[in-house]
Design a protein around this ligand. Structure first.
Ligand code: DC
Length: 431
């Protein structure tokens, strides 16, 4: 997944100028989604499309060709190969764009296009619904705002620069009516995403506002790079092995001081064949227990965003933890897991996917059983027992290996049955 910066806010809040500067500074692809809706509006007006005639609306959306190019350092917008950079800012387009952009067919078509374009490149998008609708999982969401008077002042200056004729009253009425329409629309209304950072640009210069936003993006970019770095395994060197061994012994000693450890069935994970170790997940440190308290080198699969923490990033690389994105098919991660198992490693996976998943009644995923089947290895169920309060007993019960391929039948749900068996054993072992 590419790095995505989502910038939303009302007209005149500074989105375009700031998004364009962010793109330049961080070498991102910039998508002005407002310009896309303006192109659609221009085309609807030119072709005099009846908005109630859904077939004509759909046909036009299918045939439309919108393109962005940089020429002489200036962002240009092309509609069906014609330069419409200036035309889409004209009064007749501005007056109709809010209504047309909130038609269901238009929104679906443009949102799909926006996702398609920006999934390929590290991008910054500006608009009204980027953080809430187009990329709800964006790496950073910023909501820009400014007072109405300041936004009008900026639009007057912008129009003057671009040679667009509109009186102050016309601009004021247009902004107020578009604000109203954008915010109250049933489809993808303009609103601040819950996890967006609110930036009021009213009382600052353009340069200062750009710097303020760039600082936010810089932090997000660092976090993103740390997460991505998890997928690139650092080389296994002798030095890395020695470091891992020292840290493993040290942390294992700490574990033994803090808890009274009991292990049963450890022989089930010994040997040099690939195995998947599946345990119940109680807290943050149970995986560490499995890794630290056993002689065998065990790698774990953990959610990818754990790598955003500096210290876990370091330990993650040292212990070769494989990052995985939840709720998505993470091909990179899948390949790393298969490679690890096929080369005879032990791979720890929490099938519940989250802490205390069984208590929360989460839908247990088939990932562990699927990997074991693909890599032709067995699954060892593990039951972990204990409150993890300091100086109390913590028990790790390793069960007999389960051969997933014995569940393979023509029944399309055979993987579910294998997963159920693994989960049943985990429950038994953790009683
Ligand atoms: O940012 P702008 O003023 O060029 O946007 C033109 C119109 O397009 C605006 O009134 C609302 C609409 N729009 C939208 O509904 N969703 C977006 N993501 C971007 C713009």
């Amino acid at each position: 997944m590419s790095f995505i910066v989502a910038i939303d806010g009302p007209a005149g809040s500074g989105k375009g100028t700031i998004a364009s500067a962010v793109a330049k500074k961080f070498d991102l692809f910039y998508l002005d989604t407002g310009a896309m809706y303006r192109c659609v509006t221009l085309k609807f007006l030119e072709e005099k499309i009846d908005l109630d005639d859904k077939d004509s609306v759909k046909a036009l959306l299918k045939s439309i060709n919108i393109d962005f190019k940089k020429e002489d350092g200036e962002e240009k917008v092309f509609l069906d190969k014609k330069d419409v950079t200036k035309e889409i800012r004209e009064k007749h387009v501005t007056e109709n764009v809010s209504k047309i952009s909130h038609l269901k067919e238009v929104r679906l078509s443009m949102v799909n296009l926006q996702r398609k374009i920006c999934s390929k490149y590290d991008s910054v998008l500006d608009g009204r619904d980027i953080g809430t609708n187009v990329f709800p999982d964006a790496d950073i969401k910023i909501y820009l705002d400014a007072s109405i008077d300041e936004r009008i002042r900026r639009r007057i200056a912008q129009n003057k620069e671009k040679g667009i004729e509109m009186s102050e009253d016309e601009i004021r009425n247009s902004i107020i009516s578009r604000d109203n329409n954008d915010k109250t629309s049933e489809i993808a209304p303009l609103k601040q995403a819950e996890d967006a950072i609110y930036v009021d640009t009213t009382n600052y210069s353009t340069k200062k506002n750009i710097n303020r936003v760039c600082l936010i993006v810089k932090k997000a970019r660092k976090k993103y790079e740390r997460i991505q770095s998890g997928y690139v395994m650092t080389k296994e060197t002798t030095l890395k092995r020695i470091r891992r061994s020292i840290i493993k012994h040290f942390l294992s000693a700490v574990y033994h001081i803090v808890y009274r450890i009991r292990k049963n069935g450890v022989e089930n994970i010994e040997g040099d064949e690939g195995i998947v170790i599946c345990a119940n997940h109680l807290n943050f440190i149970d995986a560490a227990g499995i890794v630290l308290l056993n002689k065998r080198y065990i790698r774990f699969v953990a959610k990818h965003d754990l790598y955003r923490f500096r210290i876990i990033n370091y330990l993650g690389h040292l212990f070769n933890i494989i990052p995985v994105k939840r709720d998505s098919s993470d091909v990179k991660s899948l390949k790393l897991c298969l490679k690890s198992l096929k080369s005879g490693e032990a791979l720890g996976i929490f099938p519940e996917g989250t802490r205390k998943g069984m208590e929360k009644n989460v839908d247990v995923k088939n990932g562990a059983a699927f990997l074991a089947y693909k890599a032709k290895v067995k699954v060892v169920p593990v039951g972990i027992k204990g409150t993890f309060k300091p100086f109390t007993k913590v028990e790790f019960n390793f069960g007999k290996p389960v051969d997933v391929k014995e569940f393979k039948t023509n029944d399309p749900n055979w993987l579910d049955r294998a997963t159920n068996e693994i989960m049943n054993q985990i429950v038994e072992l953790s009683k």
